[in-house]
Each structure stands twice: as structure tokens, then as C-alpha cells.
Ligand binder design. Structure first.
Ligand code: BG6
Length: 516
């Protein structure tokens, strides 16, 4: 694809394909400064998201993107590399972004706004010089290793780039992992908030960019049907699962000191838990929603290590393909005791959820890929079908299907046709793809757009992050420096046996990984 070489003029029209969704206000003009321009995140997710946003017509003609990295490169080389990358997605159905073709006008619109700056963000003079390229509104996106989050924010502060003047905003987007435990998350917040106001900080959790995760709020609070039942009077327990078939692949160096608990629980799974269990906020404003979440997180009893199970995958077969053991993966110690699977039981000490356990599980190299929330109801108060063919009915369940199935499933009993009163379990399903036209989306579109328009509802506030770390801290401490209870499971299994026992002890069982 040939690309324009001229810088964009403010009159550059939106791409021919652009069509802003009805009611969505266009984002204001802004410079998006990406630290980590040559990184994986920029290539795999941010560029496809910007391409999709350009197609939606929501970006202002004055939108610009400055990529910053230490790598010696020019704007032309950066653009060419990204263009090649975008093209490669068209023949990789497994990429996060996959489209049959790349619209040249739409990608060209993004491309002509790209500028590469080779700079060391540890060098004050270079960061100051960067500031001269940024006239008004700016978002600084830290797509860099987490150890640089605080130093980059401090450097931006010293260079005067995050001072909001003349009605212009200056915002900073921070990726995960946000800290490695409660203490480091508190310290990171302290250093960031010494430079920025909380309203300038956008801590990303990419799960919140998923339509299906946002739908949890729409479903709970946009209908009368669910909320009256959404409490301990009717709900027996809740299961939150993020099961992955992929293993650690080439990410051993990151994963070894991290593990499944830190990688997934205080962020992604807690965000799902927040959406499912928070009290109805008074409005959909960022602080009201995040305060509701905070009240819930504060009600979570610190998790007892006896309510936590860890496992690590050994060699096995996933989806018919052989998988090497975690310990054989590049960057992983041969005697590693990093967990690749974790299951936990949460207790929530508030009026609504007292007595309702929330079971969370996540793992890599499992037999099935699914992210879902299963809300299991209690049995009806009276078994009026006692003397019929139907003695025992499975409980009602509402399953919020996050991925790969997207939608909602209700499991209930219905009369089997025929002369006898015999009930069968049936599923009522809503699937996004059956009802709505779907366009390729990597989840970062909403998050970038929200940051541009100043809506922090889908971003984590400092106190939300700390409360989640506080809940898991006893488990992290109990597991540090030992392998007690770490159970090996073969790749392709549903997890370690201990995870099944965690529920069996309570007379319950996990919802099967191949259930819906
Ligand atoms: C990332 C984790 O944050 O989320 C990965 O670091 C994990 O280990 C990924 O695979 C899961 O996200 P998704 O969107 O693929 O379910």
C-alpha cells in the first residue's frame, strides 16, 4: 500500500468509510504520544484500534500520533513497518485483529498522522524537546515495561508536559501490570499521584474494553428482570472463569516472576467480579461507578490461603497439538514453581452477598478457552414435582458469555412434550452475532475513545487497584518462595485436582469447560 508522505492538514477529511455511530460525540483534537512505539502492544492492538476508530469517524482531523522509542528509526520506516503489520493481519485468523482486507483510505488517514521520534525517556532534554511538538491536548500512552511507569510519569512532570493549561487536557494511560503486590501498587500510585491528579490517570484493564464485559452493566441495570434476584436470597454461588488454551509461549521472562494470580486476578477477574457484584451506582458517571466497585472490593474478606489453589501445567495435548511443559518453555526455570493456574474462593461481607461464595479460576494450557461468569441459583423452595418423573432438577443458571461465545445463556427447566410431567434442562441463548452486525474490534477502541473524551468509567481508580491487591495479598505472601501445594496438571486438562476439591468441599462443582 502506498502511503502519503505529507503531514496531515487540519482539513484532511475523514476516510471515505467513516460513519460516526449515532449519538457518539467526536473526540477532540489531540496528540497521542505512545512510549514504546516499537513494542508489541503498539503493533498488535493500538494500531488496529486506531484504524478501527478512524473508520468510525470519531477521530478529529487534528488527531496526531507520535511514537517514541529508543530504537533508531525514521517516521517513514515506522509507518512502513506498521503498514506491513496491518497487512499481515489479513492472513492471520488467530491475530487479535483480523479483517479480510485493510481499507487503504482508512489506514492512510491514520498513517499520515504518524510521526516517529527517537528518544530516551530518561533524558530530560529529549523529553522537553518532545514537548515542543505537542501544541494542545495530549495523551501519553505508556506502552512500556511496568518498571518504567513511575520514571516516565516523573520525567513528564519534570519536563512540564503534564501541566494542563489554557483549557487543554494532559492525560496518561498506564498499562498493566500495575504493581506486583499491595505495597508496590501503593508505592506506584504514590509516585504517579505526586505528579498527576487522579483525573489525569487512565489505568487500563483491557477486559473493560470488551463489549461483553460492558454488557454486564447494561444487562443488570438496564432491565428489571435480573436485579431483584441478584442477591443471597436467590443466588447460591457465582463462578468466574478465564480459561485459556494458550500457554506461556514466548512470554516466560515476564511470566516467571508474575504467575497466574498476579497476571489475571486482581485486575481482569476482579473487574468482572466488580461488574457482576457491585451495588447499582446512582449514575453512569466514572466516579459513581468506581465508588460502587470500591465499596464491593472493600467488602471482600482477605482471601485465606486455604481458599486458594495453584497449579502448573506439564506436557500434554491442547486442541490436538502437543504442548511442552511450562518448565521447558523459554525463559522459565527448570524447577520453576510459578503457578499457571489459580482457583480462589471469595467471601463478600455485605448485606447482598453474605453467604454467597464467589469462585474465581484462571489458567493457561487448559482443555477449553472460555471466559464467563456463571451465576447459579438456589433450588426452588418446594419440589412440587416430587411424585412425578422429575425428582431432581438442575439449578437455574445465568451464564454471562464473555468469550469466545459472546452473549448470555439461561439454563432452566421446561416440560418435555408428552403426557407425563417430566422436566428437562434447556438453554435459552442470546448471541451477539445473531442479533447485531459485528465489525472487527480489539477492545482498545472504546478505551482510547473514552480517554480522548475524558470518560474514566472503564478505567481503574487508584483505590480500586489497591483494594484488589489487598484481597489477594495473604495468598501472595503464603505462596512466596515455596512450592507448597503446587500441583502439576497436564496441558489440556481442566486444571489441578485441588481446584475441583475446593468446590467439592462446599458440595459444589465447576461448570464444565465445554458446557455452552
Ligand atoms: C493479559 C495477560 O493481560 O490478558 C495474558 O497478561 C492473558 O496472560 C490475557 O493471556 C488474556 O486476555 P484476553 O483478552 O486474550 O482474554
Amino acid at each position: 500500500m502506498s502511503l502519503p508522505d505529507t503531514p496531515p492538514s487540519d482539513a484532511t477529511p475523514a476516510p471515505a468509510t467513516s460513519r460516526a455511530p449515532a449519538g457518539a460525540r467526536p473526540a477532540p483534537a489531540c496528540t497521542l504520544v505512545i512510549f514504546g512505539a516499537h513494542g508489541d502492544l503498539t503493533k498488535r492492538l493500538l494500531m488496529p484500534a486506531l484504524y478501527n476508530l478512524a473508520g468510525s469517524g470519531l477521530l478529529d482531523p487534528g488527531f496526531r500520533i507520535i511514537g517514541v522509542d529508543r530504537v533508531a528509526s525514521t517516521t517513514a520506516q515506522w509507518r512502513d513497518g506498521l503498514t506491513e503489520m496491518m497487512q499481515s493481519f489479513t492472513h492471520d485468523p488467530n491475530a487479535e485483529f483480523h479483517a479480510p482486507s485493510i481499507d487503504s483510505a482508512q489506514w492512510g488517514w491514520v498513517c499520515e498522522r504518524l510521526e516517529y521520534v527517537q528518544a530516551d525517556f530518561g533524558d530530560l532534554a529529549q523529553v522537553r524537546a518532545l514537548g515542543e511538538k505537542i501544541p494542545g491536548n495530549a495523551i501519553f500512552y505508556l506502552a512500556v515495561s511496568s518498571r518504567f511507569f513511575a520514571p516516565v510519569v516523573e520525567m513528564l512532570g519534570r519536563a512540564g508536559l503534564v501541566t494542563q493549561a489554557d483549557g487543554h487536557f494532559r492525560r496518561v494511560v498506564i498499562e498493566k501490570p500495575f504493581g506486583a503486590d499491595l505495597k508496590s501498587a501503593q508505592e506506584l500510585n504514590r509516585r504517579i499521584l505526586a505528579v498527576l491528579d487522579e483525573s489525569q490517570v487512565y489505568r487500563i484493564d483491557h477486559f473493560l474494553g470488551k463489549e461483553t464485559v460492558q454488557n454486564i452493566l447494561a444487562m443488570r441495570f438496564g432491565n428489571l428482570l435480573f436485579e431483584p434476584l441478584w442477591r443471597n436470597e436467590f443466588i447460591d454461588h457465582v463462578q468466574i472463569t478465564a480459561a485459556e488454551t494458550i500457554g506461556v509461549e514466548q512470554r516466560g521472562a515476564f511470566y516467571e516472576p508474575t504467575g497466574a494470580l498476579r497476571d489475571m486476578i486482581p485486575n481482569h477477574l476482579f473487574q468482572l467480579f466488580g461488574m457482576v457484584a457491585m451495588e447499582p451506582p446512582n449514575s453512569f458517571s466514572a466516579d459513581t461507578v468506581r465508588t460502587s466497585k470500591e465499596q464491593l472490593f472493600e467488602a471482600v474478606r482477605p482471601i485465606a490461603p486455604t481458599d486458594a489453589v495453584r497449579g502448573q501445567y506439564g506436557a500434554g495435548t491442547v486442541e490436538g497439538k502437543p504442548v511442552i511443559a511450562y518448565r521447558e518453555s523459554p525463559g522459565v526455570a527448570p524447577d520453576s514453581h510459578t503457578e499457571t493456574y489459580v482457583a480462589l474462593k471469595l467471601h463478600v461481607d455485605n448485606w447482598r452477598w453474605a453467604g454467597v461464595p464467589f469462585y474465581l479460576r484462571t489458567g493457561k494450557s487448559l482443555g477449553g478457552r472460555r471466559t464467563e461468569v456463571v451465576v447459579q441459583f438456589k433450588k426452588p423452595p418446594m419440589m412440587m414435582f416430587r411424585d412425578t418423573e422429575t425428582q431432581e432438577l438442575p439449578p437455574n443458571r445465568i451464564i454471562l458469555n464473555i468469550q469466545p461465545a459472546q452473549g448470555l445463556t439461561v439454563e432452566m427447566g421446561a416440560k418435555r412434550p408428552g403426557p407425563k410431567m417430566d422436566l428437562a434442562e434447556v438453554q435459552v441463548r442470546f448471541r451477539y452475532g445473531d442479533v447485531f452486525a459485528q465489525s472487527p474490534n480489539v477492545g482498545y477502541e472504546t478505551l482510547l475513545y473514552d480517554c480522548l473524551t475524558g470518560d474514566a468509567t472503564l478505567f481503574q481508580r487508584a483505590d480500586n487497584i489497591e483494594a484488589a491487591w489487598r484481597a489477594v495479598d495473604p495468598v501472595l505472601k503464603a505462596w512466596a518462595g515455596n512450592a507448597d501445594g503446587l500441583e502439576l496438571y497436564p496441558a489440556g486438562a481442566t486444571g489441578p485436582k485441588g481446584a475441583d476439591e475446593l468446590l467439592e468441599r462446599d458440595g459444589r462443582a465447576w461448570y464444565p469447560l465445554d458446557g455452552v
